[in-house]
Design a protein around this ligand. Structure first.
Ligand code: GDP
Length: 321
């Protein structure tokens, strides 16, 4: 397939290179003949002057905007101001910085939570801004919608080739395993692991277990993003998903089996379910020529192996929730 944008010899900056997504993009770029621009010291991307200065000194041809304040259902609820302010500042600074420093292309990472709570499932890209948002993550969603529209507005007003991808729920190495802030999959892996070690009989699961979620391994996401950088240019957003949907209850049992936990799952219905279904329609991305590769079971086993090899990760954050 012919490329719209070649990475060969280009300078590429992954904003958010220390996060789960950023690290996966950097791993994926190792097989491309591009030069990766990295920040030697931590740049606070919420700080406009610091961000502009760093970008001017380190101009890139292609920017993956994967830096964000992220978190699960509980963190969103507790930190609404940070989810909105931090993300809006990061997006505005990096996107304007990209224009000022003449980046040829930018890929902005949105999220599947940008879609309305009652959007028809699977959620197509044109469902954006057609209804009210899921209240448990509306702060994050509004910031991500602002980022998408910023990219679109820069394309319209300045002719910048900025595109946006909307990933479904992600997981993989370097995920956040802190139970107060994490998403469901790393939380369940940690809880099942600790329950097995403690010979506990129960695995506590938040909510009713009925909500359906789709999960994508972060290495699949990184592959899709590099594919989009090469092959896609347009104002319309593009979903990235696996098409593999599972209930939270079944997910907890699957994680328990993989981890070797032998007890029962118990549901804490005092915790919120959030939206009951969140599956993205990937027809557009599949039509462009990309499909997800890694089955969920294999991806969870891989993530658990990573956790066992990086058990320091479990020293941070409270062990119960
Ligand atoms: P969401 O996809 O934005 O709702 O974010 P999460 O990944 O945090 O939650 C997904 C679903 O998993 C929700 O229905 C949660 O209530 C449920 N869930 C079950 N156990 C846990 C847990 O230990 N942590 C989290 N974050 N979610 C859990």
């Amino acid at each position: 397939m012919s490329e719209l944008f070649s990475l060969t010899g280009r300078r590429v900056w992954v904003a958010g290179e220390r996060g789960m997504v950023g690290r996966a993009i950097v791993r994926r770029l190792a097989s491309e003949r591009c030069e990766i621009v990295t920040a030697a010291a931590r740049v606070d991307l919420r700080d406009q002057a610091a961000t502009f200065a760093w970008m001017a000194a380190n101009p890139a041809d292609l920017i993956f905007l994967a830096a964000a304040k992220v978190g699960g259902i509980s963190a969103n609820d507790r930190l609404p101001a940070e989810f909105l302010y931090d993300n809006m500042m990061i997006e505005a600074n990096v996107i304007e910085g990209a224009r000022r420093t003449g980046a040829a292309k930018l890929l902005f990472l949105g999220s599947s939570c940008i879609y309305p709570k009652h959007a028809e499932q699977p959620m197509r890209e044109d469902a954006l801004l057609t209804g009210v948002l899921e209240p448990t993550n509306q702060w994050y969603a509004i910031a991500k919608i602002a980022g998408i529209m910023l990219a679109q507005s820069y394309r319209r007003q300045y002719g910048c080739d900025y595109i946006s991808a909307q990933p479904t729920n992600l997981y993989g190495p370097f995920d956040n395993f802190d139970l107060q802030g994490s998403h469901v999959l790393p939380a369940l892996i940690r809880k099942a692991h600790e329950a097995r070690l403690a010979n506990a009989m129960t695995l506590p699961v938040w909510g009713s277990g009925a909500p359906l979620r789709e999960f994508l391994h972060v290495d699949d996401l990184a592959d899709a993003l590099v594919f989009l950088a090469k092959h896609y240019s347009g104002e319309e957003i593009v979903n990235v998903g696996s098409g593999e949907e599972i209930s939270i209850g079944d997910l907890a049992r699957m994680v328990g089996d993989i981890v070797g936990f032998r007890g029962d799952t118990v549901f804490d219905t005092s915790k919120p379910d959030g939206t009951m279904r969140k599956l993205v329609d990937t027809g557009k991305l599949n039509g462009l020529g990309w499909n997800a590769h890694r089955p969920l079971q294999e991806g969870i086993a891989d993530t658990y192996r990573w956790l066992l090899d990086n058990s320091d990760t479990l020293r941070t954050g409270p062990a119960t929730a």
